[in-house]
Design a protein around this ligand. Structure first.
Ligand SMILES: *Cc1c(COP(=O)(O)O)cnc(C)c1O
Length: 405
């Protein structure tokens, strides 16, 4: 997910515009800023990009991070104290944290071979307290978002998409992040496009957009041009982005199409070359054409062989391969702090008796999938020759490991 690979004069120019005026705040200072509005520009361009050919309006509000975007989305959608929110056990831990910060209770459902929430498992996890579902579009591809949307509609649940890893992905021609009541993106330093630290919430609902920009800025209604005279429609927080970060984002967004195209070409070349290896299978992608192609994710027949392959790939010079099942960041198995709800201050969830027993959760289906999974990051900077060498090394290692399966 390497937007940082393509960083250059475009980013320097946009940041230079802001430094020229000295106005680092996204609101106000109308005279001093000399027409430079980087956050607004980024929001307009991202909304237009996500809207695409679709007629449906997309509203976009930038935040200080993807985690902030999730918090803003939960709050704007009315998810808070005591509510249960269904999320996957394979995600970046920020998804879990945002639910806890909202005073709500994370409830986990299984994933399937899309590496995202299994819609049937979501249905089974619904209780009378369930308020929302947050599918996470992991590793650049998409969940079965059509089916998850159906489940939410049928059960009157809010749908918030964590699309932090999937900007530029589409399902049946519609942008990932625009299926739910709200969608969240991240522009942290390792995402598909980066602005250092930043995030965005998007929605087609004007009311939710209104809550989102006000909640992110102490409840300001942002009406008129005198900030001191603005109404505070409710209590809020500060999840604002700065103009400096937004400026980098404007430049990076301009590169998004090229980034996605390059990732798709590089991924296609490698995937095609590994396709005939007996025993190797690939992640289930509900709409392969819409894959943003940040990762190539593949399965070995069992955990032992996957561990062996991950090690051999690393030692054999095939860098950027992740074995998430053993990794501390992305799978619930390794989140001891969640099991204990460890926090410097008491969390609302600790006081709620109906919370799951996080010590004793089990995910047989997800374990079975994660144990066999390796994901390889797709780089933008690879040359054709480098891709050729990589393919050769991968084939040799994988065929060797799979020969006595
Ligand atoms: C990166 C990420 C986040 C959080 O984004 P930050 O900008 O780092 O706060 C949330 N969810 C997922 C799935 C992510 O990958």
């Amino acid at each position: 997910m390497p937007g940082f690979e393509w960083f250059g004069d475009e980013e320097r120019k946009e940041v230079g515009d802001v430094l020229q005026t000295g106005v680092l705040f996204r609101y106000g200072f109308d005279q001093a800023r000399q027409g430079v509005w980087k956050a607004k520009t980024f929001e307009e361009k991202l909304a237009a990009r996500l809207q695409g050919e679709n007629k449906e309006t997309v509203y976009c509000h930038l935040c200080s991070s993807g985690t902030a975007a999730l918090s803003v989305a939960l709050s704007s959608c009315g998810v808070g104290a005591q509510d249960e929110v269904i999320i996957p056990p394979f995600t970046f831990v920020a998804t879990v944290e945002s639910v806890l910060m909202a005073g709500a209770i994370p409830v986990f459902a299984e994933i399937d071979e899309t590496l995202c929430l299994n819609p049937d498992s979501v249905e089974k996890a619904i209780t009378p307290r369930t308020k929302a579902v947050i599918p996470v579009h992991m590793c650049g591809s998409m969940a079965r978002i059509d089916r998850l949307k159906d489940v939410c509609e049928k059960n009157s649940l809010i749908l918030i998409e964590d699309a932090c890893q999937a900007i530029g992905a589409e399902f049946q021609g519609k942008a990932i992040g625009t299926f739910g009541d709200m969608g969240c993106f991240s522009f942290d330093s390792v995402k598909t496009i980066t602005c250092g630290e930043g995030g965005a919430v998007v929605t087609s609902r004007q009311d939710l957009y209104g809550f989102a920009h006000a909640w992110s800025d102490h409840g300001h209604d942002h009406i008129g041009s005198d900030r001191g005279m603005e109404e505070h429609v409710f209590l809020g927080a500060n999840f604002r982005i700065s103009e400096l970060n937004a400026a980098v984002g404007v430049a990076q967004l301009g590169k998004l199409d090229k980034i996605i195209q390059t990732q798709r070409e590089n991924k296609r070349a490698i995937k095609d070359a590994l396709n005939d290896i007996d025993g190797l299978t690939f992640r289930d992608i509900p709409d392969e054409q819409g894959d943003s192609a940040t990762f190539l994710s593949f399965f070995l027949p069992n955990q032992t062989l996957a561990e062996k392959a991950a090690e051999a790939l690393g030692q054999g010079g095939v860098d950027g391969c992740f074995y998430w099942y053993g990794n501390k960041w992305h799978y619930i198995k390794n989140w001891g702090h969640l099991a204990q709800l460890k926090s410097p201050a008491p969390l609302a969830a600790q006081f709620m008796e109906h919370r799951p027993d996080y010590h004793h959760l089990s995910f047989p289906e997800s374990d079975q999938i994660m144990g066999r999974l390796i994901s390889m990051q797709i780089k933008l900077s690879w040359t054709k020759e480098e891709i050729g060498v990589r393919i050769e090394k991968m084939r040799k290692i994988l065929i060797d490991i799979l020969k006595d399966k």
